[in-house]
Design a protein. Sequence first.
Length: 609
Amino acid sequence: MCGIVGYAGIGDALKIVIEALKRLEYRGYDSAGIAIRSDRGLKIVKSVGEIGNLENRVRGMSIKGATGIAHTRWATHGIPSEVNAHPHPDCRKKIALVHNGIIENYRTLRKELLSRGHEFRSETDTEVVVHLVEERYYPLRKKGIEDALFVAVREVIPLLEGSYALVVVAEDEDYLVGVREKSPLVIGIGSGENFLASDVSPLLKYTSEVVYLDDGECARLDRKSFRIVDKEGNTVQPGIHQVDWSPKDAEKGGYEHFMLKEINEQAGSLHDTFVGMTGENFTLSPMLKTLVPYLKSIEIIGCGTSYNAGMVGKYFIESLTRIPVGLCYASEYRYSSPAEHTPLIIAISQSGETADTLAAMREARRRGSVTIAITNVVGSTITREADFTLYTRAGPEIGVAATKTFTAQIMVLDMLGLRLFEAKKGDPAQLGRLEGSLRGVPRLVQKVLENQERIKEVSRFLSKAHTIFFIGRNINYPTAVEGALKLKEISYIHAEAYPAGELKHGPLALLSPETPVVAVAASDHVREKLYSNVGEVCAREAPVVIVAEEGDETAWNYTDDVLTFPACSPELSPIPASVVLQLLAYYAAKERGCAIDKPRNLAKSVTVE
Ligand code: M6R
């Protein structure tokens, strides 16, 4: 989605906002722009495509100033073009504004503004806001009202419907104004300089102290200080968070792609996440401990990869605790009419900002459920709205394709399952065995990571396919689903996942020597059934790749393309098996020359419905 950066300091604003903008590239964008309060007035430059194009445009221009804003746009209203790119100026070009989100009532506002003589240059929903601000700002300034821009923006907020993070700059004001409603906006506190951004990654280089704005809050920020007010105009005491990610964590560190780096970091991220869920670092709250023995059901919600992690969690928690676990896409949950109340909802979101997941969680709370959020981002919106938060400790994930956060989410769900089992007075021996096995998972993953050559070879032949099926059974059905998602989003090869037993109920009709099938096998109670299904595939002469445990000789009866992961408890196999599939997707996409970290049409954090 779109990215925002704002800077007020003493440095070269142009250089700083462009540098910071590059750290938001991972969110996905189609155009970019800057507005700097320069010694020659407010200077706005925009361009379509890569930030490099914007850099080329500003090269040679003398834009000197210490306050500025910048934006990467991901088109929603109007095609990717220079006029539609942000920042948007007002009629006099003395105010400029950037926006993430959607102004839902923009059509009505635009009509009214046009009738009052405003000149519109773009097709965007955003532009109405800057004209609304100008209608208030100039009269306030003329009257000599202090902080006229800050006041004007706050007067506009009640007129807007939808979701927005806005940052505004004006030629005659030496500060920025930022406001948030259902779209994240973070203040970075520097020394002699302050920042605004849509997430923390562009700020890591400058500061580790951040303040997350809440819905309805508006901030005035100059180089020395910042002030936040709520909807009613009351000053808000800022909650300052320390971000423990280092700027290096958000760099490629010698890898060709963030995705490859993040796949390779998984032994560490899984270890950190495991430790975060053990001993003194984690105890089930007294409220949950009381709730669990009587818990009739749990529901897991999330989108995309987070949903897939939830599916692994469903199989794990249900079989261990015998508590029925439902699973629902967040975008579906919010509009559903469940017949029964679900007492406990687990909402999973790597970013903690996904609009569908947040809306679903709000709906769950409205229905009276207790909510647990699982997220990777400290201070993100989901953490402020859920009753409890469990963190994956994966470090920043920059590649659009979720990898290390997926396996970390499974680790958190598995560990949560153990704690629920404990609260239900489950067998301590089984508990100890499973916890010991989970502690060993990072080692299993490390072994997969040390043997990438064979995966690379197999990916070469898969990269030529037009359609690939992924199959698995039981707890490795979600592994297959996530494998298919990874492949399709970064390689653009059509991929579909099925529970292996379902093939004969329809999809077999599509199999031929041109449609490879990737099967995931663990040493569990459905292994033989899975191999029967693989036999059905071979009978249709479809090429088969089997992801199986080391030492599983049966796999070789069906194919020479066997990719292995170390032997482990079957209920934990989705983690190492998924790492194999992540690498398979990565190398297939690389073979096809795809833009792996920034797949077309996709964004890292989907903050609109
Ligand atoms: O930040 P979230 O976990 O809420 O994001 C949910 C999905 O948008 C996300 O998992 C998406 O499916 C990934 N790009 C897949 O790799």
